[in-house]
Design a protein around this ligand. Structure first.
Ligand code: ZN
Ligand code: ZN
Length: 387
């Protein structure tokens, strides 16, 4: 971050101050004095889900990364409720998000780099005219061809006012609780959904594990996933951004992935992109091997540990090379392979075998890591696990 700070964006400062004051001071006060109707709570819950998921499923996984394709009715819905979330138009949001991925952690280019501190990554980046936050439209040429994206960009502010003031007002009048609906479904919903998204830029780059890549600050954290509609598996996401899943295991809490699956089941979404299992295993093993190699450099540790790790590393490289050969074979065979059942089966079993080999190697490394950690902590003696 440069030493002389750029000018303050007063409109944003005043807006965030008022929104958070309304959400965290006025809302509880009004609740204590007058209480809220069941309708107000219901609209609050509905809009928290709709606006939150329109950002994660729509802005993020659909438009920023093209990790799946969506039919027009779904895209309209995501564009309208995404606008209600008040996080800028799809075009502006995606332009900055793509820069974040491209230059993650670079304080001179990443719009909300965690290297500039928690506050800056969470909200501070929007409070001053930082040069890093300027939207680069050359990165969103693909979206300029999407009529729904361009409609939303042109009518963004009208959409914001209609959805954030007009809609709660109309619903409040309908159910006879104008103040309650405005405060809960308007103010509290807006402030909460803002912070939930902001946590992806702050907490998901700070607090958690890095199993798929140790090259940037993005982390996996199931607790953050609970608050961010599944986006807490951010280390996986930065490693494989084209994947429509952030929580890759079926049991990972990722409601955005489940919603995309549900939409695919209804025919509203299609062409969901998944990273091949081998590439995921390869990334995990590479990180683990690097970690163990660093640990094995501990002074005084018997060199057999380094030998065992070196042998594991060689095996890993062999498996990766073989996988690349099978890939090349598949490309050479081209479309014919898809029609030749025998060739197709042969390629599939080769991929499965190599995937299995990496899986077994991960198990071996797990045992090796346990022993190595013990040895580093206590006595320094040769391994009992054979390489
Ligand atoms: Zn990130
Ligand atoms: Zn992303």
């Amino acid at each position: 971050m440069p030493s002389s700070k750029p000018p303050i964006v007063w409109s944003n400062v005043i807006f965030f101050a008022l929104a958070n004051f309304a959400a965290f001071i006025l809302v509880p006060l009004w609740g204590l004095m007058h209480g809220y109707s069941g309708w107000a709570w219901s609209f609050f819950a509905l809009f928290v889900v709709l606006t939150g998921m329109s950002i994660t499923v729509g802005y993020h996984r659909l438009w920023a990364h093209h990790s799946f394709k969506a039919r027009a009715p779904l895209r309209w819905l995501l564009a309208i409720f995404g606008g209600m979330a008040l996080q800028n138009s799809i075009l502006n949001w995606v332009a900055r998000h793509r820069v974040h991925h491209r230059y993650v952690d670079d304080v001179t280019r990443d719009p909300h780099s965690i290297k500039s501190g928690f506050w800056h990554a969470h909200i501070g980046w929007m409070l001053r005219e930082w040069p890093t936050t300027e939207a680069d439209y050359s990165r969103v040429k693909d979206l300029e061809k999407d009529p729904i994206v361009m409609w939303q960009h042109r009518h963004y502010w009208t959409l914001v006012w209609v959805m954030n003031l007009g809609l709660p007002l109309a619903l409040g009048l309908m159910v006879g609780d104008v103040a309650g609906v405005l405060l809960l479904a308007g103010a509290l919903r807006l402030a909460l959904s803002h912070h939930f998204t902001f946590f992806i830029n702050s907490l998901a780059h700070l607090w958690g594990r890095r199993p798929y890549s140790d090259e940037n600050t993005a982390v996996d954290n199931p607790a953050v996933a609970l608050l961010t509609w599944g986006e807490g598996y951010h280390n996986y996401h930065h490693a494989f951004q084209a994947d429509y899943r952030n929580g890759v295991a079926w049991w990972h809490y990722d409601p955005s992935k489940w919603l995309i699956n549900l939409c695919a089941w209804c025919g509203l979404a299609y062409d969901r992109r998944r990273t091949p299992a081998f590439r995921i295993q390869r990334a995990r093993l590479a990180v683990e091997l690097r970690r163990l190699q660093r640990l094995a450099e501990t002074p005084g540790l018997h060199e057999t540990w380094r030998g065992a790790l070196e042998r594991e590393y060689q095996r890993f490289c062999e498996t990766v090379n073989q996988w690349q050969e099978v890939q090349a074979q598949k490309v050479r065979a081209g479309r014919e392979a898809m029609n030749d059942r025998w060739l197709k089966t042969e390629l599939r079993t080769s991929f499965k075998e190599l995937e299995y080999r990496l899986k077994m190697q991960r198990r071996r490394l797990h045992v090796l890591a346990g022993e190595l950690n013990d040895r580093v902590r206590s006595s320094l003696s040769p391994p009992t696990v054979s390489g």
